[in-house]
Design a protein around this ligand. Structure first.
Ligand SMILES: C[S@@+](CC[C@H](N)C(=O)[O-])C[C@H]1O[C@@H](n2cnc3c(N)ncnc32)[C@H](O)[C@@H]1O
Length: 359
């Protein structure tokens, strides 16, 4: 029940364009430790971050030398005071560049930051100018503008590591990028991201909220992920497959509207099936592109949700195992052709007519 409440809160943040969920340093540290080899001589841009308060800026400034960074740029939207959640409105955004030199400040004050002429929207020409000077964008962008945020990164061909809602996987623009291997899930997701600091006016309820030792109000929606195009070793680890399809066919029913089998849990993916398999979206957290190929999201040939005997299981992603042994490839082919014949018979067309029609 408590979890339901948190989900609705984050959804509300999305629809209301109320995007003030601030990332905790501990969550940044536990994700960034997997990417340390990517940052040498790079310019990092945190484009939704006030250098005076952002834990992203804080992390990169503190680890500037260790990571071998060239420059760190932080830019923020309109006015955000040091107390995190000042409600006073100002039309100008601001930015700060940290270079690791003596003159550069690891903890800049309001006197050190530079104001934009405009509001500092990540889509503004001033912010895009900074984006062009950068190599890697690392931030937690506004939930309500996630699609646009990612589209801009892709357009400018930037590397990135960003936080989003797990639902983002189901956005067609984002799924397309995942399918094409242009983006993938980072290391931590769901409960692996401990929570966000929220302003005073957020009501805290449920068991997954707390006030930390520094008085910060923390909300743990447990439905976020890291999305990236920086490679990690985890992405090349095979999913261990211990199950078999042949001999256990009844555990893997066929879809009504797609020539593939349904698999309810990632750990139950059979090692011997070379055809298409529908798996839950959590598969993407374990996805190794050397082992599997992503085919399609959610829909059958008729572009309706995948169904089994008229019922639709939860969202499925259609995948194919790239490494099935030859003997099983033959078995799968035979089974698939039987399936096609059966489907044709069900349509009331005989095999010869079908062959004639397809010539
Ligand atoms: C989810 S919060 C995260 C803040 C910060 N990146 C962090 O992780 O602590 C998103 C931030 O984006 C800012 N924001 C909202 N709309 C924006 C826009 N159009 N351009 C740039 N930043 C925006 C919000 O003010 C908010 O500070």
């Amino acid at each position: 029940m408590a979890r339901k409440v948190q989900h609705s809160l984050l959804n509300k943040a999305k629809t209301n364009k109320n995007d003030e969920f601030y990332t905790q340093l501990s969550d940044i540290v536990s994700e960034l430790e997997h990417y340390k080899n990517h940052f040498k001589d790079k310019v990092v841009f945190c484009n939704c971050d006030d250098a005076r308060i952002s834990n992203f800026f804080n992390y990169f400034a503190e680890n500037f030398k260790e990571l071998g960074l060239k420059k760190l740029i932080s830019a923020c939207y309109k006015r955000q005071e040091r107390d995190l959640f000042n409600t006073e409105e100002s039309e100008n955004g601001s930015f700060y560049k940290y270079t690791g030199t003596k003159e550069s400040k690891i903890k800049p004050s309001s006197e050190d930051i530079i104001y934009f002429n405009g509001d500092g929207d990540f889509r503004s020409s001033e912010s895009i100018e900074l984006l062009k000077q950068s190599d890697i964008v690392v931030t937690n962008p506004p939930f309500s503008l996630f699609r646009e945020f990612v589209a801009q990164l892709v357009k400018h061909d930037k590397q990135f590591l960003i936080i989003g809602n797990i639902n983002a996987i189901t956005y067609k623009e984002i799924f397309k990028l995942i399918k094409e291997n242009k983006t993938w899930l980072g290391i931590n997701l769901g409960r692996g991201i401990s929570g966000f600091i929220v302003p005073e006016h957020y009501e805290l309820y449920g068991t997954e909220t707390q006030i930390d030792d520094f008085g910060n109000r923390i909300i743990s929606p447990n439905n976020c992920l890291w999305l990236t195009n920086l490679d990690t070793s985890k992405r090349h680890e095979d999913i261990e497959l211990t199950k078999k399809y042949f001999g256990n066919e009844t555990e893997y029913p066929k879809y009504d509207n797609y020539n593939g089998i349904n698999v309810n849990k990632t750990k139950d993916i059979p090692s011997d099936y070379n055809g298409f398999m529908g798996v839950p979206i959590t598969f993407l957290h374990k996805f190794n592109p050397d082992q599997f190929e992503i085919i399609k999201f959610r829909k059958g040939n008729d572009e309706k949700d995948l169904s089994i005997n008229g019922k639709c299981p939860y969202f499925r992603i259609l995948i194919r195992n790239k490494r099935v042994q030859t003997e099983f490839i033959e078995l799968t082919k035979k089974e698939e052709s039987q399936q096609v014949t059966k489907a044709i018979r069900n349509l009331g067309v005989n095999d010869n007519q079908q062959i004639y029609a397809s010539k």
